[in-house]
Ligand binder design. Structure first.
Ligand SMILES: [Zn+2]
Length: 257
């Protein structure tokens, strides 16, 4: 399952000669990825007429990567993802992108539901909050970044639709969680990260601004705020919409207008 170690700069210092930051736009050269085929039977046809316009990132949340990979390929488990990224940066393809994988479950974003139909799912090996949540190694993050850029080069996925499982299922899921380097990904052209925060808006605008970003609004506000914090203010996951959190919510919402 493992690939040879990759020789490259740490994730935070990704070289720009690969076109990182722009390579999902037409005319630039995507990074060449080494992908191991590990087919899963747990997929079906995507519904006709629905674009693939979301990229949803997960952690595996099992004790070992192999345990997770085995489960994602087990017909009885009925779950899968399109890709798995191991902690050493190895990338496995379980389901072809044109098929629907079973990774998001009950999920909502920007008014859409059942997001498996319109998304590509990446499972990133990490034991998760249940089994010993730990840092995502730089090699793993670099591989995630390269894989995301590769996917973005093929599909009309806007930056605001690159999200975590916890964003689209805030009442059920915590992955990929507050240790995941969303800011580093955004610096490399994957997803949204605001350059600065405006003054905090009044508390009465919080739900409206979360809805503008894409969150469903029929859940308790602390649940939504916690999900937001896991992604865009990972130093705190207390669900409290204090001034700093409201400022960051407004900053992200401004990128979604
Ligand atoms: Zn997940």
């Amino acid at each position: 399952m493992n690939t040879a170690p990759r020789s490259q700069a740490p994730f935070v210092e990704r070289p720009r000669e690969h076109g990182l930051g722009e390579s999902h736009q037409a005319g630039t050269q995507p990074v060449t990825l080494r992908i191991i085929e590990a087919p899963s039977p747990n997929h079906d046809e995507r519904p006709a007429g629905v674009p693939v316009d979301m990229l949803i990132l997960h952690y595996t949340g099992m004790r070992t990567g192999q345990e997770a990979i085995d489960r994602l390929r087990d017909p009885a488990a009925k779950v899968s993802s399109h890709y798995v990224v191991e902690e050493d940066g190895g990338i496995l393809r379980l389901v072809p992108e044109h098929k629907r994988a079973a990774h998001a479950g009950i999920s909502h974003w920007r008014g859409h539901a059942a997001l498996n139909a319109r998304s590509i799912g990446i499972e990133i090996v990490n034991p998760g909050h249940e089994w010993g949540y730990r840092d995502f190694p730089a090699l793993q993050m670099a591989a995630v970044c390269d894989l995301c850029l590769d996917i973005l080069s093929r599909h009309p996925i806007p930056p605001r639709n690159v999200v975590g499982h916890s964003d689209v299922a805030p009442d059920r899921k915590q992955d990929p969680g507050e240790l995941f380097d969303w800011q580093g990904l955004a610096a490399n052209g994957v997803g949204l990260w605001p350059a600065s925060d405006p003054p905090p808006p009044p508390e009465s605008e919080t739900l409206h601004l979360l809805a503008a970003i894409g969150y469903r609004t029929d859940l308790p506000l602390p649940v939504l705020v916690t999900a937001f914090q896991r992604h865009w203010l990972p130093s705190r996951t207390d669900g409290i919409a204090d001034a700093a959190t409201r400022a960051r919510i407004a900053a992200v919402a401004a990128l979604c207008l």
